[in-house]
Design a protein around this ligand. Structure first.
Ligand code: HAM
Length: 416
């Protein structure tokens, strides 16, 4: 029969890389609790409408990258391509806005996008992210950004670049979009067919296009930073000032627009010089209308999400401590019950124990112990059973001792 492979853009994670994942996950839990974030786990799939409304119909993610399917009741469902819309949906549904304070959440989990797979880009990938609701202060933007940078620095990831922009609000964006459309129309023939369509639909997305002619045009288009309203300008200035209090260096990037439509005011991305084309480690920003647009109260939000595969690429594989296995061997199938009970007692004490249920001969069991890199093999054979003892072979030294079973614990405490 033909072999079944993992779907394109997905991967299995196992030893030794899995230890690095566990290390990263533990670091996230420990770090984000310091800022009073609570963990939230939302479903892997949601009603498609949530992402269409939340992320925006004109985004690449919604247009081209969603895994959308109909279930047996003909509902349109989508594997989550990101988690902000889901966390907002959960907060509205569970009435967090009235019952919880502070409204700070973090998450870790798989996301799904029908992206073109390459190094650091997958169709199933993992994000950790944070979301803070109901705090409109510019200082909270700076705190979120600080936490993103500081966490990556604590992981000793070097060569980080923080890009910062303000993408305006519903007051200043429409007049700017009008100016932008006019300017883009003047260059229409130089743009790709996708970008030509974006002129009417969502001209900000022209800044996302990576095709060189479109990038050249984007370099000459008017910038939102020159058209911000007073409130957005003041907010942005205060974010930059708070970042300087926190000692977080950044680069102003007026062409940073982010790929999702819910952003307002502050937008940011952290890239790494070591990642090649897929160099975005993390991205986020403020979304002051998303909660209301998804049917919740008129409350603001800010957050970010990071690509965990990309962070793992920087961490390399941790050298996990190899397990010091105790292998319990028995001289005859009659002593299997004793062996099982000894294994139980030892595991209860916290030791990693292996036992071969089909142990045909002691010689074969010793071979298995060797292959399992056992530190000690504990033997129960006729003599040991009769005298209430156990023989312990140190597998590295090839030395054996025989001790009373009741002294085993003390012996292991000294010699393990
Ligand atoms: P995003 O920029 O779409 O933002 O994704 C955040 C990060 O996820 C990216 O910087 C990248 O590291 C990683 N990522 C995205 N797509 C892939 C992929 N196909 N393969 C591997 N990694 C990928 C969001 O998702 C927003 N929800 C962030 C946010 C939270 N904004 C406010 N709150």
């Amino acid at each position: 029969m033909s072999e079944i492979k993992a779907p394109k853009g997905t991967r299995d994670i196992f030893a030794p890389e899995i230890d690095t994942w566990r290390f990263l996950e533990n670091a996230i839990h420990t770090y984000y609790r310091k800022f009073l974030f609570q963990e939230i786990r939302t479903p892997i799939f949601e009603h498609s409408e949530l992402f269409r409304r939340g992320i925006g119909d004109e985004t690449e993610v919604v247009q081209k990258e969603m895994y959308t399917f109909r279930d047996k009741s003909d509902r349109s469902l989508t594997l989550r391509p990101e988690n902000t819309a889901s966390v907002v949906r959960a907060a509205i549904e569970s009435n967090f806005f009235e019952t919880m304070t502070p409204l700070r959440f973090y998450y870790i989990g798989p996301m799904f996008r029908y992206d073109k797979p390459q190094k650091g880009r997958f169709r199933q990938f993992h994000q950790y992210g944070v979301e803070i609701f109901a705090d409109e202060t510019p200082q909270v933007d700076a705190e979120v950004i600080f936490s993103a940078v500081d966490f990556l620095k604590k992981l000793e990831i070097a060569d980080l670049q923080l890009d910062l922009n303000s993408v305006g609000c519903p007051q200043c964006r429409p007049p700017y979009l009008h100016v932008l459309r006019q300017a883009a129309r003047a260059h229409e023939t130089e743009l790709c067919s996708d970008c030509r369509r974006k002129i009417d639909a969502n001209p900000l997305r022209i800044f996302d296009c990576k095709k060189p002619p479109c990038e050249a045009v984007a370099g000459r288009l008017p910038l939102l930073s020159d058209h911000l309203c007073g409130e957005c300008r003041n907010h942005f200035a205060a974010v930059r000032e708070a970042l300087s209090w926190m000692n977080v260096p950044f680069r102003l990037n007026p062409r940073l627009v982010r790929g999702l439509d819910y952003y307002t005011k502050t937008a940011f991305e952290i890239t790494s010089g070591q990642l090649g084309a897929q160099n975005a480690l993390l991205g986020g920003g403020r979304y002051d209308n998303l909660i209301r647009d998804l049917g919740g109260p008129d409350m603001v939000g800010i957050g970010f999400a990071a690509g965990m595969e990309r962070i793992i690429l920087h961490l390399g594989h941790l050298q996990a401590q190899p397990l010091r296995v105790l292998f319990v061997a028995y001289g005859d199938p009659r002593w299997l019950a004793h062996a099982v009970q000894l294994a139980q007692v030892l595991r209860e004490e916290g030791f990693p124990v292996l036992l071969d249920f089909q142990g045909k001969s002691l010689k074969k069991q010793f071979k298995k112990a060797d292959r399992s890199a056992a530190a000690f093999t504990l033997v129960l054979a006729e003599d040991e059973i009769r005298s209430g003892t156990v023989s312990i072979k140190d597998m590295a030294r090839q030395e054996q001792v025989n001790i009373p079973l009741k002294e085993l614990n003390a012996w292991l405490k000294k010699n393990y």
